[in-house]
Design a protein around this ligand. Sequence first.
Ligand code: GLU
Length: 489
Amino acid sequence: MAEEVNNIRVRIAPSPSGNLHIGTARTALFNYLYAKKTGGKFVLRIEDTDLERSNAEYTQNIFDSLKALGLQWDEGPDVGGNFGPYYQSERFDIYPKYAQMLVDKGYAYECYCTTEELDAEKEEAVKNHKPYVYSRKCLNLTEDEKAELKAKGVKPSIRFRVEHKELIFNDLVKGELKFDTSLIGDFVIMKSNGTPTYNFAVVIDDMLMKISHIIRGEDHISNTPKQILIYEALGAEVPKFGHLGMILAPDRSKLSKRHGATAVSDFVKQGYLTDALINFVALLGWAPSDGHEIKPVDEIAEDFRINEISSSNSIFEYDKLNWMNGQYIKKMDISKLTDMIIPFLSKYNDMEYGLGQMSRANLEKMVEITREPLTTLSEIEHDAAYFFGKDVDYTEGVETLQKPEAKTVLNRVLELIDGWDFSSDEIIHDVLADLRSEFKEKHNMKPKETMWALRAAITGRTKGADMAKTMTILGKDVCIHRIQKALEV
Ligand code: GLU
């Protein structure tokens, strides 16, 4: 990665009013990638000013999810940095002086309008089919008028005085964007209770934290002109903005819980690997130059070019995520995968021949032979069910087992099995090959029919993991027991 040779500083500024959303994870990723690519710094700021909606559990979830995705920040609430505090709620004393500075310079003014007055203005605008713009009623209040209102106990908010002009900026993703600021209206920067509004706090924080590039979702695009006007009024350097297209559900509506998981931690609970998730999310709006979609974040960072981010919306294809997750499951280190799979097998913890009784070696072997078809880790609960317990459910295998030739196979196995050495997969593999040959020669049975009978007896299923290894994991006694049971089906 490049040395820090510049002042590139990017940030992710989530509000802890919910668990980390997959869309926020993508925004965080693109910021992270840009920092890595350029040797800049990636900052985490928690925008917890809405004290009613924010809570510590969500903040922790944001930390944990970002970390699990590999998006470690260089500066932030827990790691510190030179530009803290990184919790917005600890910055309340910073904002009033900047608001006052704007008032003193004539860029902002006190507004004493009551909620009722403002509502009446808004209603009027609706009646006239006009977009609502504040009337500037309080723009020219005299000092006496203000003193009178204050004496009545009315607490003013502070409004930014919007200069009417065409505001043009070059969005890193969307290109040149133009806004007519006369449509914005003078907006509140400090509420009458003394707290800053989002648009004001975000500018002050980004300015003081020396954020150079603001990469965020296009749902914030309407805020950008207001924020640029504040930077200009403060005489501060305006950062570069890049607005990412939204992530939509396959039906092109806003991605929501009814489509599936939306919080990173929910995806993890469902058995998605964070490496797969972050790789998948990178492809929502960005494409690798060599066309190879499966890549770790480090490699993506090297290949990443911000101006190549697609400006259009991206569709969150759960099917593609499943496929990609499957690819990661197939390639993952077996010991790590086993550790991750164990929680998904908790149902089998405390039973006879349960998870607790299985050796680590057998557990890893089981994972190795069952991982191939998995798209999420949670599927293991079903796919590996027959490795646990003394008995199995024969619902799926019953048809196979009721065939007379199946019974012949199973009776023959019971005659032979005592002599089979279960300590070696190869030996069991060979004896099963001999069994198939014998049944082909003597009974003209297809090799797979012989195996179906055995599989149905031992696993209750018609398909599943490698048979010889399944048998050595289960052990001779369980195999004999299940074959005997299957003969009664
Ligand atoms: N707290 C804001 C949000 O979560 C941050 C917006 C921004 O990046 O400016 O949407």
